[in-house]
Design a protein around this ligand. Structure first.
Ligand code: HEC
Ligand code: HEC
Ligand code: HEC
Ligand code: HEC
Length: 393
C-alpha cells in the first residue's frame, strides 16, 4: 500500500514538474481570446484572435508623414531632366515630391544617394534601375489588381516600410534543403520547424512552385470517386503549407476564408477567399514579370543561395495584418502611383520595362455579403510536372 502511495506521489510530482516547466517553455497564448462570428450561426465560422498579439502587430505599424502636395502645373519632368523614363508626365514639383517620399519609404537612412550617383543624378545605377521597375510594378498592382488591393492600393511603403530590403522576402531553396534523389529521398525540408509555415511539420518552401509558377493549388477531388490519379500527398502538403503561410501572414485562422466543413467549396467560402485567390495570381505576376527579370541587376549579396532574386509573398505586404498597414489608404495621397500618368516606356537597357500582358483572370465581383460565382475550376494535373512519381510521400 505504501509502495503504491509512493509511486503515485512520484508520478504526480514528475507530472507537476513537467507541466510547470512546460508552462514556461511552450509557445502558448494565454486567454482570454477574442471571438468574432463571420459566418452563419452554428457553422463554426468564428475568427479567434489574441487581442494582445493583434494590438502588438497594429502598434508596430508606423505611417510615414504625407509630403505636402505639389503644384501640378509647369514643365514636365521629362523636359526638365535628362533620363526620366517612367515618371515623365509629372510636373517638376510632383516629381521631386515623389523622390522625397520614396526616400522616406525605401532608404531614409541612406538618402537620395541610395539610388543616385550624387555627381550625376541622371546616371542609371543598379538601385535606380530596380526602382524604375518597382514604379512600374507598384502601378501595375494599383491599376490591374484592384480585385485584390481595392482602392486602398499599395505604395513602396507597403512593402519597404523604411528599409531598402522589405522585412519579408523569400528565395528558392530557402529551406536549406536542396532536392535530393535516390535512397535519401526528398523531404522538402519537412520536420524542421520553419517560420514560413508557422513552425508546422510541412514543407518549408511552399513558394517556389505556388507563388513563382502557375502550379495548381487546389488538390481536393471534384468527383465522389477517383476517376484518375489525383495529386500526390506531397502536393497536398505543399498546398497546406501555403495555406499556413497565408493564415500566418494575415494573422487569421483558416475560417477567415473557408468553411472548414468543406475547404474546397467556393459557394460556402467567405468572399475573402476570392480576394486571396486573386492575390496568388498577383504575386505570381510580381515575381515572374517584375522581380525575376531584375536578377542580373541585383547586387550579388542580395541574391539567394541558388542565385535567384529576392521575391514577394503574402507577408511582404501583409506583415501579420488582414489588411496591410491596418488598411491605411496611403495611395490616396500619392495618385501618381496609380495614374495612367506614368508614361509607358519604349525599350531602355537590359530591364526594358515592357508592359506585360496580364494573364486572364476571371473577373469575379467581390462583396462582403453574397459569395459570387467561383473562379473557373481547373482540374488538378494528373501528375505533377517536374517531379518523378516515386517521390510521393
Ligand atoms: C529608391 C530610389 C530613389 C531614391 C531614394 C531617390 N531617387 Fe531620384 N530617381 C529614382 C529613379 C528610379 C529615377 C528615374 C525615374 C524615371 O525614369 O522616370 C530618378 C530620377 C531622379 C532625377 C532625374 C535625373 C535626370 O536628370 O534624369 C532627379 C533630379 C532625382 N531623381 C532626384 C532625387 C532626389 C533629390 C532624391 C532625394 C530626395 C532622390 N532622387 C531619391 C530613384 C530614386
Ligand atoms: C510588392 C512589394 C514591393 C513594392 C510595392 C515595392 N517593392 Fe521595392 N522591392 C521589393 C522586393 C521583394 C525587393 C527585393 C529585396 C532585395 O533587394 O533584397 C525590392 C527591392 C527594391 C530595391 C533594391 C534594394 C537593394 O538594395 O537591393 C529598391 C531600391 C526598391 N525596391 C525600391 C522600391 C520603390 C521606389 C518602390 C515604389 C515605387 C518599391 N520598391 C515598391 C518589393 C516591393
Ligand atoms: C486568406 C484566405 C485563406 C486562408 C486564411 C486559408 N485559405 Fe485555403 N484556400 C484559399 C484559396 C484562395 C484557395 C484556392 C487557391 C487556388 O485555387 O489557387 C484555397 C485552397 C485550399 C485548399 C484546396 C481546396 C481544393 O479545392 O483543392 C485546402 C485544402 C485549403 N485551402 C485549406 C486551408 C487550411 C487548412 C487553412 C488554414 C491553415 C487555409 N486553407 C487557410 C484561401 C485561404
Ligand atoms: C502587393 C501587396 C499585397 C500582397 C503581396 C498581398 N496582399 Fe492581400 N491585400 C493587400 C491590400 C492593399 C489589401 C486591402 C484591400 C482593401 O482595402 O480592400 C489586401 C487585402 C487582402 C484580403 C482582404 C482582407 C479583408 O479583411 O477584407 C485578403 C483575404 C488578402 N489580402 C489575402 C492575401 C493573400 C492570401 C496574399 C498572398 C497570397 C496577399 N493577400 C498578398 C495587399 C497585398
Amino acid at each position: 500500500m505504501r509502495l503504491l502511495f509512493k509511486v503515485g506521489l512520484t508520478v504526480t510530482v514528475i507530472f507537476l514538474l513537467f507541466s510547470t516547466v512546460g508552462l514556461f517553455i511552450a509557445d502558448w497564448e494565454r486567454p482570454p481570446m477574442e471571438q468574432e462570428q463571420l459566418g452563419f450561426r452554428g457553422t463554426g465560422i468564428v475568427q479567434i484572435t489574441n487581442p494582445r498579439l493583434k494590438a502588438e502587430t497594429a502598434g508596430n505599424v508606423v505611417l510615414p508623414e504625407v509630403v505636402d502636395a505639389a503644384d501640378a502645373a509647369g514643365p514636365r519632368a521629362r523636359q526638365v531632366y535628362q533620363n526620366v523614363q517612367v515618371l515623365g508626365d509629372l510636373s517638376e514639383g510632383q516629381f521631386l515630391r515623389l523622390m522625397t517620399a520614396i526616400t522616406e519609404w525605401v532608404s531614409p537612412e541612406q538618402g537620395c544617394n541610395y539610388c543616385h550617383n550624387p555627381e550625376n543624378l541622371a546616371e542609371d545605377v543598379p538601385t535606380k534601375i530596380i526602382s524604375r521597375r518597382m514604379f512600374q510594378m507598384t502601378k501595375a498592382v494599383n491599376q490591374n489588381w484592384t480585385n485584390h488591393v481595392g482602392q486602398t492600393g499599395v505604395t513602396c511603403y507597403t512593402c519597404h516600410r523604411g528599409q531598402p530590403v522589405p522585412g519579408e522576402i523569400w528565395f528558392r531553396g530557402s529551406s536549406g534543403q536542396p532536392p535530393m534523389g535516390g535512397l535519401v529521398g526528398y523531404d522538402g525540408g519537412q520536420n524542421k520547424p520553419g517560420e514560413n509555415v508557422n513552425l508546422s511539420s510541412l514543407p518549408l518552401d511552399p513558394f517556389s512552385e505556388q507563388l513563382d509558377s502557375p502550379e495548381e493549388v487546389r488538390v481536393v477531388g471534384t468527383t465522389p470517386l477517383p476517376v484518375r490519379q489525383g495529386p500526390s500527398i506531397m502536393k497536398t502538403e505543399y498546398t497546406y503549407a501555403l495555406m499556413m503561410h497565408m493564415s500566418q501572414s494575415l494573422g487569421v485562422n483558416c475560417v477567415y476564408c473557408h468553411n472548414s466543413r468543406a475547404f474546397a467549396a467556393w459557394d460556402q467560402s467567405s468572399p475573402t477567399r476570392q480576394v486571396a485567390w486573386h492575390a496568388i495570381r498577383m504575386i505570381r505576376e510580381l515575381n515572374q514579370s517584375y522581380i525575376n527579370p531584375l536578377t542580373p541587376i541585383f547586387a550579388k549579396d542580395k541574391l539567394g543561395p541558388l542565385g535567384d532574386a529576392p521575391k514577394t509573398n503574402c507577408g511582404t505586404c501583409h506583415r501579420g495584418q488582414a489588411k496591410p498597414l491596418g488598411g491605411a489608404p496611403m495611395l490616396r495621397d500619392y495618385p501618381e502611383l496609380n495614374a495612367t500618368i506614368l508614361t509607358p516606356v519604349a525599350g531602355a537597357g537590359p530591364t526594358a520595362p515592357v508592359e506585360e500582358p496580364r494573364r486572364p483572370v476571371p473577373d469575379t465581383p467581390v462583396g462582403r455579403l453574397a459569395p459570387a460565382a467561383p473562379p473557373a475550376d481547373t482540374p488538378p494535373p494528373a501528375q505533377e510536372p517536374g517531379r518523378p512519381p516515386s517521390q510521393t510521400r
